[in-house]
Design a protein around this ligand. Structure first.
Ligand code: ARG
Length: 442
């Protein structure tokens, strides 16, 4: 029974939050006249002693005492004596654990906000370093149109900024206090839930005691937002794995964030990127696992909910680690400007520019222009050259209206510079976005 029942092996991570909650509760019990001020003072002091014992590693956690709440209370009794027995007036472990866990998740959301800020700044630095470097843009991982390095980096800035705002939304919604809901029905003691909510930095007490002890959607929202963020990290990691390969050589990762092979001396492996790419598995797994734990539970508290913590702890730890590794990799990596430029011009990447030119200058309907361009690409392919290498005679053999002016749009720099529509890849647009983000980040 003890082996399946006890949670102390993992919920000891809630110690600081548990003690903060108890200290707020003790102060409230005194302010409302439920306990003597001297007893409350002894509890508050004693709880600090227990906290420092835990923080310094002197605390002996006991599985027989089941969880963090009973471990702390039992030790408090040893430290201050019988007054400790009055601490649990007007509350239950059900509202206590809900409070502790909300506080813990809230701390993680704050830490994640800082970690995302650092990653976004690293991406912005990369974007600024290569705002006008050209590279291939892909759809279906086939060369589509040239884009700029800055534009590509800024795409991730947008994604991670949305992740950040998703975490901020979750934080705002979860920041209500379950404390004082007691076991499920509230209490007959004249407690002041607003006071404990204020003391713990919550915006307000939760309005329904059944909901307060049984809600775990705050944890699920955290895991959902964490899963989406991990998915973004995974996509970026995948690009870094591809880009750092010998076939692409778009980036060189630093030695700090690569590893060698034990057998192949030439190898430099993007292990950090691969592991980031894999982290989505356990983070999304945690999300699914907790969904399954919760989906069949009648109101209010059930012990099933104890299974919430390990999932959230693991997801939070691994997301923080992945963000730190990605930030390090992005800060250190070196975009290979020359290789990017060569790749940008290959694969008939300016075919769309050619078609647009036929529309703009010769007045062809786009469908006809698309067809003419297709013939020119086929011709270039047959000759084993790129579009700008076709002679004007070869061009006019496909459409006699084409003039030498067409060569202007076949160069990759002109191609990207022309894409000045809002949000487009032109360096002028990308620089405007970089300036906007610099201002937002401050
Ligand atoms: N360890 C429990 C949990 O994590 C704390 C609440 C236990 N409540 C109870 N009535 N047994 O959920």
């Amino acid at each position: 029974m003890e082996a399946i029942n006890a949670s102390i092996s993992f919920d000891q991570r809630l110690a600081a939050q548990d003690i903060a909650g108890s200290r707020a509760h003790a102060a409230m019990l005194a302010a409302t006249g439920i306990v003597e001020p001297s007893d409350a003072e002894a509890m508050r002091e004693g709880l600090l002693t227990v906290l420092s014992e835990i923080e310094t590693g002197y605390f002996a956690f006991s599985t027989a005492l089941e969880d963090i709440h009973m471990n702390v209370e039992a030790r408090l009794k040893e430290v201050i004596g019988d007054a400790a027995g009055r601490l649990h007036t007007g509350r239950s472990r059900n509202d206590q654990v809900a409070t502790d866990f909300r506080l813990w998740v809230r701390d993680q959301l704050d830490a994640l906000d800082g970690a995302l800020d650092a990653l976004i700044r690293a991406l912005l630095d990369q974007a600024e370093a290569g705002a006008d470097w050209v590279m291939p843009g892909f759809t279906h991982l086939q060369t589509a149109q040239p884009v700029t390095w800055g534009h590509h980096m800024m795409a991730y800035v947008e994604m991670f900024a949305r992740d950040r705002s998703r975490f901020a939304d979750a934080r705002a919604r979860m920041n209500e206090s379950p404390l004082g809901a007691a076991a499920l029905a509230g209490t007959s003691f004249p407690i002041d839930r607003q006071m404990t909510a204020d003391a713990l930095g919550f915006d307000r007490p939760m309005a329904n005691s059944l909901d307060a002890v049984s809600a775990r959607d705050f944890a699920l929202e955290f895991l959902g937002a964490a899963s989406i963020c991990a998915m973004h990290l995974s996509r970026m990691a995948e690009e870094l794995v591809i880009w750092s390969s010998a076939q692409f050589r778009f980036v060189t990762l630093s030695d700090r964030f690569s590893t060698g092979s034990s057998i192949m001396p030439q190898k430099k492996n993007p292990d950090a990127a691969e592991l980031i790419r894999a982290k989505i598995g356990r983070i999304f797994g945690a999300n699914v696992a907790l969904m399954m734990v919760m989906k069949g539970l009648p109101l209010a508290y059930s012990k099933d909910m104890q299974e919430d913590k390990e999932q959230v702890f693991d997801a939070a730890d691994n997301l923080m680690l992945a963000l730190a590794a990605m930030t390090g990799m992005v800060s250190d990596m070196q975009g290979n400007r020359a290789a990017l430029e060569v790749a940008a011009g290959s694969g008939f990447s300016t075919a769309t520019d050619l078609a647009d030119w036929l529309v703009r200058v010769l007045g062809l309907p786009f469908r006809d222009a698309h067809h003419v361009t297709g013939s020119l690409v086929a011709l270039a392919e047959a000759k084993g050259v790129d579009l700008p290498d076709l002679t004007l005679d070869e061009m006019t053999s496909v459409h006699d209206g084409i003039t030498a002016l067409v060569y202007d749009v076949l160069g990759v720099h002109n191609s990207v510079a022309s894409r000045t529509s809002y949000g487009g890849t032109a360096p002028s647009q990308v620089r405007a976005q970089m300036a906007r983000w610099r201002k937002i980040l401050g």
